[in-house]
Design a protein around this ligand. Structure first.
Ligand code: NAD
Ligand code: DAU
Length: 341
């Protein structure tokens, strides 16, 4: 079996590469990544010489390159993680989100069709369902919840999901889609809430909480996501969507306070800044389908996972310090400079 894993130098993709090489030694993994600001080859250093692993640098939206790669490699399975993934960046510059997330997906779908890939899996997000109100905790996203997007990012992910479903219905391409809630864990890029707050708290810098910090996210430890994707690939029904989430809802303020507590830092580091435009209020996944059909359940609770994650960031400072010392320095000034307190 040969897998193409796109976006494997990013956060979830790299964790998935590690998961497959560890748990499925019979699978050959080709990782394709454009190494954008979010892709980091140093993340993959421990598997670079693994006999079942190969890294290829390239853009999923580059048609000639993708055709050539598929022709040479004859993949059995494609798992598409590659994407522009940060909501705030999509508000600043939507174009690249459409280019990578929509046109890149289409390019992979065309190649998967042409070269008879046995399964194409699209890694999607709960953000395609929009948001839930804060005052109705009994509501959850199911696979039947209508697509209703808020940001250019979520709109681009919804667009790619619809294309994936269209290629199944129109061309019979064997596809599956997973829609997961917020992930956290090792190798999470420090522009996202949890790693941003850990790295800034360690430096005694202000922690920018959007609005009042009341928005709710449903956190899943990244390895539980990777395991779910593998179960869908091996046992999921073709043409189906599976939601992934573990009922770990927290307000942003709760998350930030937990991090401060774990790091023995005081809450006066918290600073409330102008809210994100179009900020989704609450995400919460109903995982009944994947649990009952495939037997998936998360193994890591938020309390354990956040401790493990903080420990990882403490033990792997060079990984994120290198990122913070580069291009990202300018990013923080551009994004947060005008937000004010
Ligand atoms: P990430 O930003 O950390 O990684 C994305 C990776 O894709 C990077 O390595 C980047 O270099 C690569 N990439 C970007 N454009 C590319 C292109 N044109 N061609 C090839 N590679 C390209 O993102 P992540 O958080 O690991 O998310 C991975 C996937 O999971 C995304 O599709 C995202 O929408 C989805 N997802 C993320 C979360 C989350 O909480 N992070 C939750 C649900 C779903
Ligand atoms: O739900 C899945 C999605 O989760 C994925 O599809 C996205 O790729 C991923 O980035 C994530 O999106 P969010 O917008 O939920 O994640 P982010 O870490 O950017 O923000 C989490 C919450 O924290 C959100 O309510 C905004 C808030 N926030 C974020 C940042 C970066 C702050 O309050 N301050 C910040 O500085």
């Amino acid at each position: 079996m040969k897998y193409l894993v796109t976006g494997g130098a990013g956060f979830i993709g790299s964790n998935y590469v590690f998961y497959v090489l560890k748990h499925r030694p019979e699978i050959e993994v080709v990782c394709l990544d454009a190494l954008t600001y979010a892709g980091n080859l140093s993340t993959l250093k421990d598997v670079m010489d693994h006999p079942q692993f190969k890294f290829v640098k390239g853009d999923i939206a580059d048609r000639d390159f993708i055709d050539q790669l598929f022709s040479e490699e004859q993949f059995d399975v494609v798992v598409n993680f590659a994407a522009e993934s940060h909501v705030d960046r999509s508000i600043e510059n939507p174009g690249i989100f459409l280019q990578t997330n929509v046109l890149g997906t289409q390019t992979l779908l065309d190649a998967s069709r042409k070269y008879n890939v046995k399964r194409y899996h699209q890694v999607s997000t709960d953000e395609v369902y929009g948001d839930l109100p804060l005052d109705q905790p009994e509501l959850f996203f199911t696979e039947e919840t209508p697509i209703h997007t808020s940001s250019p990012y979520s709109a681009s992910k919804a667009g790619s999901d619809l294309l994936v479903q269209a290629y199944n219905r129109t061309f019979g391409l064997p596809v599956t889609i997973s829609r997961c809630s917020n992930n956290y864990g090792p190798y999470h890029f420090p522009e996202k809430l949890i790693p941003l707050m850990i790295s800034r708290a360690l430096a005694d810098e202000k922690l920018p909480v959007y609005g009042k910090g009341e928005n709710v996210r449903d956190w899943l430890y990244v390895e539980d996501h990777c395991k779910a994707i593998q179960m869908i690939l091996e046992h999921g029904r073709v043409g189906e969507v599976y939601n992934i989430g573990g009922h770990n809802e927290r307000t942003n303020l709760e998350v930030v306070k937990t991090i401060l507590h774990e790091l023995n830092k005081t809450e006066d580091l918290i600073t409330y800044v102008t809210d994100r435009k179009g900020h989704d209020l609450r995400y919460a996944i109903d995982p009944t389908k994947i649990t009952t059909e495939l037997g998936w359940t998360p193994e890591t609770t938020f309390d354990e996972g956040i401790k493990k994650t903080i420990k990882w960031y403490l033990e792997n400072k060079p990984w994120w310090e290198e990122i913070l010392s580069g291009e990202y320095q300018n990013y923080y000034e551009t994004m947060y400079g005008q937000r004010g307190e």
